[in-house]
Design a protein around this ligand. Structure first.
Ligand code: ADP
Length: 293
């Protein structure tokens, strides 16, 4: 592998592997923390987790929360957050995020027709992502949750570099094929010095509605073990539940429709763990401030 990467590195073609990418120092004005919700693979429940986490952070932790749907090719936030209109524009030409369930949202899905295919080349994606971050009047936020595009390509690296991320949350199902990509995702963030807040295992188990027995459809404890093998913690376990899927399709996140359910508690605990981890990181940073020469 080393021999194969070496020549490419010298040509500058895969600079990320040699760790030359550095986090941008550009903060989003008024936004205290920006966190990425990422997965190596699509379909593992990254957007569902990002949406319920954002709502739980606002509702349970009483924070001012924004949700940026950076999954430009397959934006889910308009449907999951039941938002069906275009954002208003300020005098200085910034888009005003649209609020629902106590969360300020921005998504490419607000700007394009519902079923229109998004067939953009790289530079157009980059420019769209730039508009959706700095071209938005976020106001004062405690935390901006970014629903990242799946994978570890150009768009992900650009987002990671252009937002000074406080940390990243890796979402995976417990099966090997998803975990392999989750590890890749986690490695991408550490290459660019973004701390990993922890892993979230989605679709952990399915509790039979008839006998109450849990079934581990995608395997047991896979995410916990994968996280531990990289020195990270599992900070959330979300079951496979019809109500979660229904909530996504109907545009009412389960933390809103069933706030006292076991599932909402799982999202609430995850939100609390994210806040604790961010506090821990802030403390560490104040003890060891970066020296910018
Ligand atoms: P991704 O963002 O990783 O592509 P999504 O969040 O869009 O994945 O989820 C993919 C599908 O799985 C959606 O239909 C969603 O409603 C469903 N889903 C996600 N998490 C769960 C869960 N814990 N239980 C049941 N269905 C889920």
């Amino acid at each position: 592998m080393k021999g194969f990467l070496g020549p490419l590195r010298r040509l500058g073609g895969i600079r990320g592997y040699s760790g030359t990418f550095k986090r941008s120092q550009l903060r989003l004005e008024g936004v205290k923390d920006v966190i990425a919700v990422a997965s190596g693979k699509g379909g593992v429940g990254k957007s569902t987790t990002a949406v319920n986490l954002a709502v739980a952070l606002a509702k349970n932790c009483q924070l001012k929360v924004g949700l940026l749907d950076a999954d430009v090719y397959g934006p889910s936030v308009p449907m999951m957050m039941k938002i069906d209109r275009k954002p208003d524009i300020t005098e200085d030409k910034k888009m005003i995020p649209i609020e629902n369930y106590g969360v300020k949202c921005m998504s490419m899905g607000f700007l394009v027709e519902k079923d229109a295919p998004i067939v953009w080349r790289g530079p157009m994606v980059m420019s769209a992502l730039a508009k959706m971050t700095r071209g938005v009047d976020w106001g004062n936020l405690d935390i901006l949750v970014v629903d990242m595009p799946p994978g570890t390509g150009d768009a992900q690296l650009t987002m990671t570099q252009n937002l000074q991320l406080s940390g990243a949350l890796i979402v995976s199902t417990p099966q090997d094929i998803a975990l392999m990509d989750a590890r890749r995702g986690a490695n991408m963030f550490s290459k660019v010095d973004v701390p990993i807040l922890g892993f979230v295992e989605n679709m952990s188990f399915f509790k039979c509605p008839h006998c109450g027995e849990p079934s581990f459809i995608f395997g047991k404890e896979g995410t916990r073990n994968a996280a531990a093998s990289m020195g990270y913690k599992l900070i959330g376990e979300i079951p496979l539940e019809v109500d979660i899927r229904k909530g996504s399709d109907e545009g009412v996140p389960v933390v809103i429709s069933a706030p006292d359910s076991v599932i909402s508690k799982a999202y609430g605990d995850t939100a609390q763990n994210v806040v604790s981890k961010l506090e821990e990181l802030a403390k560490e940073q104040s003890l060891h401030p970066e020296i910018n020469l």
